[in-house]
Design a protein around this ligand. Structure first.
Ligand SMILES: NC(=O)C1=CN([C@@H]2O[C@H](COP(=O)(O)OP(=O)(O)OC[C@H]3O[C@@H](n4cnc5c(N)ncnc54)[C@H](O)[C@@H]3O)[C@@H](O)[C@H]2O)[C@@H](O)CC1
Ligand SMILES: Nc1ncnc2c1ncn2[C@@H]1O[C@H](COP(=O)(O)OP(=O)(O)O)[C@@H](O)[C@H]1O
Ligand SMILES: [K+]
Length: 569
């Protein structure tokens, strides 16, 4: 099922898809630049909204608005220059800051012919290529910071390594200048992904204060300098309020940490065929699920609790009893047919007292949730032994008639993986736990390394264990056999103790509902894990929109979040 998921294709695949069109003489750059200009105008008009006679805000005039183009050596700069030419023709005051000794000739000629200006940026200003003046990096940064919109065309899919040269110093100077400028709040920092083409909310334009507010930053194809294929931030990057990307999303726009500097999105269709001709069967490099992609079995008249799925929970200890309640609650709220709790008797009693739906008797289980609230070392009230046995059963390593079933391996159970696992076992580490798991396998890596290169290390963990890996964070990365998902659905308020326990219980219920299918098609576990991250984020939003949330409130918001998803069908 394809739903409306966002598919990101590698720079190499995008180039391969462009090639036949360029050979056929299709004017891809003009198409891209025109769409870019339209979006810049629309965003600006929204930001300069005026109140009509009825008091309603209407798009404002963009005539005379100041546009600063940051132009690098390649076609990314060409896009910016051509877009600048369109904007100059519509009466905007466009200045291109040329950060390379040579820039796209056709684009520069078009801009100058349309009445735009070009200024060569250099640490030691000399006459530039075809520009009409030259300026220093600090002067260019100050001037660009005073514009209404900055169009970042320094680097696109041709970027190799950290941004270097004049572009890098210009971005550093600009980032510093912009950090001091007040924001007008029209970008709330939420990343809705590359398909979110909505304009910013209309904002009443008060010219006196407008000069003091930050310019709107639009990245061309990608914020210049991000790792296009891996989402890393290897050097200077100018965070964007919007990224207008061509042909298809790029992996770096979806993957953390770069996904956090892309702002709102817009994917412009320029007619690319993906997978590229000549590469049939090639899969997108990274996928982001949208609401409509969440597969959620809806019970019918023939269902009963065993067809809905029984979740076995081995979580919490006498020292950390809360994790048991959070995990079991999330599984109950996610519609598990039944939740069986295994653990110390007093913890079990506390769980049942708070959630009478939970049973503590042994019996059939269709997915396990193991390890939440289980310390990596120290007293465990027998929980490690229970988790180890459940993991062996889930993986199909126990002799006997037991069918293997999916399992979620969280927190303290991550240290129990002494065999390789089938991919229907899903690990749910945060960055620190992933680092510890890899260190135990001989890698020299710490939490900061994982946070800097989440895809690389999540992939390494998948390769080392065989399991599907859901690396949690402000954006979460899921790696399974041949698939990568990147979800950024949750408000920052979700970074609170116990939120991970809720995710584990929710994911356990989602796996239990489709257990035989997931064991038969283990590559689907990654999609279930990504969907769980999405539902977790939606539940967090519902728990208390715009304010602090508790983990238990997130669990309690799951039923409403699921109903809202199903209502969109
Ligand atoms: N192929 C096409 O016709 C189309 C390309 N498009 C645009 O073209 C872009 C790709 O253009 P290019 O292939 O020219 O590549 P870029 O414009 O991304 O950059 C290439 C230039 O940057 C330099 N460079 C590379 N890494 C650098 C670094 N780390 N620091 C400083 N300079 C660095 C290279 O030496 C080269 O001069 C896309 O991102 C997109 O914006 C769009 O116009 C759509 C159509
Ligand atoms: N900045 C953030 N923004 C949104 N979600 C976050 C952020 N930081 C963490 N999360 C999410 O919150 C949860 C935290 O889980 P975890 O680190 O295991 O905490 P705990 O063990 O206390 O439950 C994960 O689902 C993670 O993806
Ligand atoms: K760019």
């Amino acid at each position: 099922m394809m739903g409306c998921m966002i598919q990101a294709w590698s720079a190499d695949d995008v180039r391969a898809a462009e090639e036949p069109l360029l050979t056929a003489g299709v004017a891809l750059m003009r198409q891209a630049a025109f769409a870019l200009a339209v979006i810049v105008r629309r965003d600006l008009a929204r930001r300069r909204a005026v109140a009509g006679p009825d008091g309603e805000l209407r798009d404002g005039s963009v005539r005379g608005a100041r546009v600063a183009l940051l132009v690098g050596a390649g076609n990314n700069g060409g896009d910016a220059l051509h877009a600048g030419a369109f904007l100059a023709r519509r009466g905007l005051a466009v200045t291109a800051y040329l950060a390379a000794p040579r820039v796209h000739e056709g684009g520069l000629a078009a801009l100058l012919a349309a009445g735009g200006r070009a200024v060569t940026v250099d640490a030691t200003p000399t006459a530039g290529p075809a520009g009409d003046s030259a300026t220093s990096v600090p002067e260019a940064a100050t001037a660009a910071a005073g514009a209404d919109v900055i169009v970042d065309g320094l680097l696109g899919i041709g970027a190799r390594g950290p941004m270097r040269g004049t572009g890098a110093t210009l971005v550093e100077a600009l980032a510093a200048a912009l950090a001091d400028a007040p924001s007008d709040g029209s970008n709330d920092g939420r990343n809705d992904g590359p398909h979110a083409v909505e304009a910013p909310p209309r904002r009443a334009h008060a010219s006196a204060s407008a000069a003091a507010t930050r310019p709107w930053v639009v990245a061309v194809d990608a914020p210049s300098g991000i790792g296009i294929d891996d989402g890393t931030l290897p050097g200077p990057v100018l965070p964007a309020d919007r990224t207008v990307t061509f042909g298809a999303a790029k992996p770096g726009l979806l993957l953390p940490p770069a996904t956090h500097v892309t702002g709102a999105g817009a994917v412009i269709d320029i007619g690319l065929e993906l997978p590229p001709p000549g590469r049939p069967g090639q899969a997108p490099a990274v996928v982001r699920l949208q609401d409509a992609d969440v597969v959620w079995p809806v019970p019918g008249p023939h269902d009963h609790k065993y067809t809905r799925g029984v979740v076995g929970v081995v979580a919490g200890t006498a020292t950390y009893p809360g994790a048991a309640l959070l995990t079991a609650s999330a599984a109950v709220q996610a519609g598990a047919g039944m939740v069986r709790y295994q653990g110390p008797a007093d913890v079990g009693r506390a769980v049942v007292a708070a959630r009478p739906e939970v049973v503590t008797a042994g019996g059939r289980v269709q997915a396990w949730v193991l390890g939440s609230g289980l310390p990596a070392t120290g007293g465990d009230d027998g929980q490690r032994g229970r988790a180890r046995a459940a993991l062996a059963a889930a993986s199909g390593r126990l002799a006997g008639a037991q069918e293997p079933v999916p399992a979620v391996v969280d927190a303290g159970a991550l240290g129990l993986l002494d065999h390789t696992c089938p991919a229907w076992v899903v690990l749910t580490p945060h960055a620190g736990e992933l680092a510890a798991l890899l260190v135990a396998r001989g890698e020299a890596v710490d939490r900061a390394h994982v946070e800097a290169e989440p895809l690389r290390w999540a992939r390494r963990a998948h390769e080392a264990t065989g399991a599907t890996v859901l690396l949690k964070g402000g954006a979460s990365v899921v790696v399974g056999p041949g698939v990568v998902y990147a979800q950024a659905d949750a408000p920052g308020w979700l970074a609170t103790a116990g939120a991970g326990d809720v995710l584990a219980g929710l994911l356990g219920a989602m796996l239990a509902a489709r257990a035989p299918e997931i064991v038969t098609h283990p590559e689907r576990a990654a999609q279930v894990a990504a969907a769980a991250a999405l539902v977790h984020g939606r539940a967090a939003e519902r728990a208390n929109p715009g304010g602090p949330i508790t983990a238990l409130a997130v669990a309690d918001a799951i039923p409403g979040a699921v109903a809202a998803l199903l209502a969109q069908r």
